[in-house]
Design a protein around this ligand. Structure first.
Ligand code: SER
Length: 320
């Protein structure tokens, strides 16, 4: 591949692993990482990094010119919980960054864009089981509103100006490398941290709150596989599904490894956000259009999470 890739928001939960994987695939010098702040040692040492504010169009254009970028992955965003606290800031970050990248693509300064959407585009009036690709979308969160508006902008730029843009509606993404921040589905990561460190977790969602989830390796594979597909007739922010579970189910899976682990439920304002989202997702279009499939079930993901987090915490202790 001769393309040079720019990752905006490379130090976030998904950006970190996406950058590392793309560097492994295409070479370190082909993937330029940028973020508002520095990231993990592994990310910073594996290739070029520049500080970049995703709402600064001129700064984005300068980097694109400097490194002769042809593809952009725009991963910077404020997630559901933080966006409820800072609605205007979230709207500005989530929308302005997308608007800049779309306009840069419209001016043919880049060839291809990846922009992540989310299950947050759905709301209380959406069918909750096996949520279809095309259905009612009446999000109730600022984050969801920004993702839905973003999808419509992507479709508009695709249809009107021929911009090649790909999107996925990510479910909750579970990972151990970089910490997540500000998401409702983050409980399913925190629970592993607390299980190892304290053998106890106080969960901010109720025990039977079912949400669609996915292990990071599957999310990265989906993203990269979709990006190598040709430009399609129609823009679609693809539903993708892997697993879904409740806090009670993930806790019981963890108990198989940590037998004295216990969980307590204290739902807070985040319960309302979770209740507005689907419980399971119909991803038949992604399967049909680009052969999407997942690999990690709850059992395999739990083994992977616990093993890797234990090693990570031990290494942190040694270096402290
Ligand atoms: N993981 C996100 C959140 O919880 C949903 O896309 O905000």
């Amino acid at each position: 591949m001769n393309d040079t890739i720019l990752i905006i928001g490379a130090c976030g939960q998904i950006g970190t692993e996406l950058t590392l994987k793309l560097r492994e695939k295409h070479g370190n010098d082909k993937v330029i990482a940028t973020d508002i702040r520095e990231g993990s040692k592994e990310l910073m040492q594996s290739g070029t990094f520049e500080i970049l504010n995703a709402t600064d169009k001129e700064a984005i254009e300068q980097i694109i010119e400097k490194y002769k970028i042809s593809q952009v992955y725009l991963m910077a965003a404020m997630l559901s919980v933080t966006a409820e606290k800072f609605p205007e800031k979230a709207w500005r970050l989530n929308m302005n960054s997308l608007s800049h990248v779309l306009n840069i693509a419209k001016d043919k300064k880049i060839k291809k864009v990846f922009w992540p959407s989310s299950i947050a585009v759905f709301g209380n009036s959406t069918p909750k089981q096996n949520t279809p690709q095309n259905t009612v979308t009446e999000p109730t969160t600022v984050y969801g509103i920004s993702k839905l508006a973003g999808e419509r902008w992507c479709a508009y730029y695709h249809n009107k100006f021929g911009v090649d843009i790909k999107s996925i509606r990510y479910p909750g993404i579970i990972s151990w490398k970089a910490n997540p921040g500000g998401g409702t589905t983050d409980y399913a990561i925190e629970i592993y941290h607390k299980a190892i460190k304290e053998k106890h977790y106080e969960c901010f969602l109720s025990e039977n709150t079912r949400l669609p989830m996915m292990f990071m390796d599957d999310a990265i594979k989906a993203t990269i596989d979709l990006m190598v597909t040709d430009k399609s007739e129609e823009y679609k922010a693809y539903n993708i599904a892997a697993i879904n579970f409740t806090p009670k189910e993930i806790a019981s899976e963890i108990s198989k490894h940590i037998t004295d682990f216990n969980i307590e439920y204290k739902p807070d304002f985040r319960q309302e956000i979770a209740d507005s989202w689907p419980q399971s997702i119909d991803d038949s279009e992604a399967k049909k259009d680009w052969n999407w499939d997942y690999e990690f079930d709850l059992e395999k993901m739990t083994t992977e999470m616990l093993e890797n987090l234990k090693l990570k915490f031990e290494a942190e202790l040694k270096n402290a």
